[in-house]
Structure formats: C-alpha cells, structure tokens
Design a protein around this ligand. Structure first.
Ligand code: UDP
Length: 322
C-alpha cells in the first residue's frame, strides 16, 4: 500500500490528485500552507481515514522532514502560481519555488522515497516559437526586467535541482511540465483565464481579453491532468523522465471568450484590455503555447487526454451556474 505526500494538496490541481490517490487506495498526506490552497478544496474527502492534512510550508525543513517520513511517493505541487500573484509577489514566488523545491527534494531523498513527481510548468519554454514544444527543446527565458521570467526561471531551476538529485542521489524522478489546466475549484483571483471568463459570462459582464486575443493556449481538463500525473509517476525509474502534460489543440484567447459566451448562453460583450492595465505592468506574453504529447502518450495511450475543451467548459459553467 502506497503512502503518498502531496505538497500543495489543498490547491486546485493538488486536491484533484489527492482524490485520485485516495480512490486508488493510497494513504495520503497533504502539506499545504493554505496561502492559495483552500480547506474547502478537500471537502469531498474531509475526515477520510487514509488522509492527513499538515498545515506548513515547503520551505520549513523540519516540517517537510516529518511529513515525508515513511512516504513511498512524493508529489511536489506546492508553488507560487498565477501571473497576477507572480507579478505582485516576486520575492515570495522565487523563495517558494526554488527554496521550497530544494527542501522537499533534500528531505525526500534523505527519506529514501521510491517515486518523486515535480510539477513544473510550460512557462519554462519561455519565448520559444518551436511549435509544438518538445521536452528536449532549448528553454528560452526572457529579460529579468519582467517578473514573469523570474517565475519561468524558478521552475527551470526546480527542474535542474530535481534532475541533479535524480542523477547524483538516485531519486526516481518524473518532471511534469504542466500546460494550462482547467476545471472545478480553479479560481480567477491569480489571473487564470477560464474561471474569469466563466464568471463574467454568467454575470452578464464583459469578458476581458488581454492584448490582441490572438495568443493561443492548449487547455487540459484537471481530471486528465491528475490521471497523467498518477500513471506517469508510477513509472518513475532510474532515468529521470521529463514530460509535457497538456491539451492537444490550441485556441486563441479571443476565440475562447466567444466559446465561453456561447456555451454559457450569455449576452456578455468582449472587451480588449492592455497587459499594463490588466497586470499593472507590461507582460511579455507568449504568442503560442502548445505541447508535443508524444512522450506522455507513449505511457498514457494515444487517446489521452480524453476530455474535450467544450466538455470541460460545460462542466465548469454548470458548476458555477448552480
Ligand atoms: N487572459 C485574458 N483575460 C483574463 C486572464 C487572462 O485574456 O482575464 C489571457 C492572458 O493574458 C494569457 C491567457 O489568457 O494570454 C492565459 O492566461 P492565464 O493566466 O490563464 O495562463 P498563462 O498566461 O499562464 O498561460
């Protein structure tokens, strides 16, 4: 029987992963500092006999050491997330993502865990224009003037740290580069576009499209995401695996706005807003972002991910409506 530690387990993706691991029979420990994670995200599994929740930070070595003791697998999802938060709190972003990851890796390695999953980000591809992004591509980080690239860089450093622990200390490692993930419990407060669009569409307010709206993203439903994380991590072996986890089809953000309005049966307008007005400073936004899924599908099968964008949006809209 597997005992799994999920850092950031009270967050959006983390809480879905916790549900999946409990469903698979694992004993699950959550370590979360509840800065962006929320207790109600775990309400469906609250009081579960195989779940324990520790309130603490991934930068607190003593806390991490006690959380990881006796664990077989670590899923490290705790991180500063969302463009709004990253721009507003750059110091906290770098500390959490770099020092936090270093601490969790060191304690997991010391405790001899048999599987380690690191949640990285599609942001590490930075300004690359090689579409689709392949895991072995160069990482093209922009100027340090922009806080966004500090975030991208912190996730890249986290990956290098993890690979170093895998190579030098034998930590069985899977690095997942997570692309834009959507689903229930995602909140718009830190920037994420889908919950913001859905909320506005249902309230009859304008949907704010930043920049030209021609920039694209490839969205994936959180249920497909946690299936991918779980099944790939079970394959962790002596050679570190770096793998994209994302949606297959790109959609332009202006088209996404129109899609949400249609699916919600809304009469909201679409308003264009500059990045400066949206984030309080200029943002070096990515024009296109689309993963190669070949490596993930070699393990997960060619039918993965299963849930279409429309089906995912309909679930989210129905939930917010009720
Ligand atoms: N975006 C938007 N309106 C919003 C929030 C975001 O047009 O209310 C844009 C944002 O500028 C980006 C895309 O939607 O081009 C995806 O943004 P999100 O923050 O969800 O993810 P990321 O930028 O990390 O891909």
């Amino acid at each position: 029987m597997t005992t799994a530690l999920v850092t950031g387990g009270a967050g959006f993706i983390g809480s879905h992963l916790v549900e999946r691991l409990l469903g698979a029979g694992c004993t699950v420990r959550v370590l979360d500092d509840f800065s962006t994670g929320r207790r109600e995200n775990l309400s469906s599994v609250a009081g579960h006999e195989r779940l324990s929740v520790i309130a603490g930070s991934v930068t607190d070595a003593a806390c991490v050491a006690s959380a990881v003791r006796g664990a077989d697998a670590v899923y490290h999802l705790a991180a500063a997330v969302g463009v709004t938060l990253i721009v507003a709190q750059p110091v906290r972003t770098l500390e959490t993502n770099v020092r936090g990851t270093e601490t969790v890796l060191a304690e997991a390695s010391r405790a001899g865990v048999r599987r380690f999953f690191l949640a990285s980000s599609s942001e590490v591809y930075g300004k690359s224009d090689r579409i689709p992004f392949d895991e072995d591509d160069d990482l093209l980080i922009g100027s340090s003037r922009y806080c966004r690239w500090g975030y991208a860089c912190s996730k890249a450093v986290a990956e290098f740290l993890a690979v170093a622990y895998a190579r030098e200390r034998g930590l069985p490692l899977v690095v997942g580069r997570l692309f834009n993930t959507i689903g229930l419990r995602q909140v718009g407060a830190y920037g994420m576009v889908v919950p913001r669009f859905v909320r506005a569409a249902l309230a009859g307010e304008p949907l704010e499209v930043y920049g030209t709206g021609r920039q694209t993203r490839a969205f994936i439903d959180v249920r497909d995401m946690v299936e991918g994380i779980h099944r790939l991590t079970d394959r962790a072996g002596p050679e570190p695996l770096i793998v994209n986890l994302g949606g297959e089809r790109e959609i332009a953000i202006a088209d996404l706005a129109a899609r949400v309005i249609r699916l919600a049966g809304s009469s909201s307008a679409v308003r264009q807003v500059s990045y400066e007005a949206a984030y309080g400073e200029a943002i070096d936004d990515m024009e296109r972002r689309c993963p190669s899924l070949a490596r993930a599908r070699a393990v997960l099968g060619s039918a993965w991910p299963h849930i279409s964008l429309d089906a995912s949006l309909e679930t989210i809209i129905a939930f917010h409506r009720s």
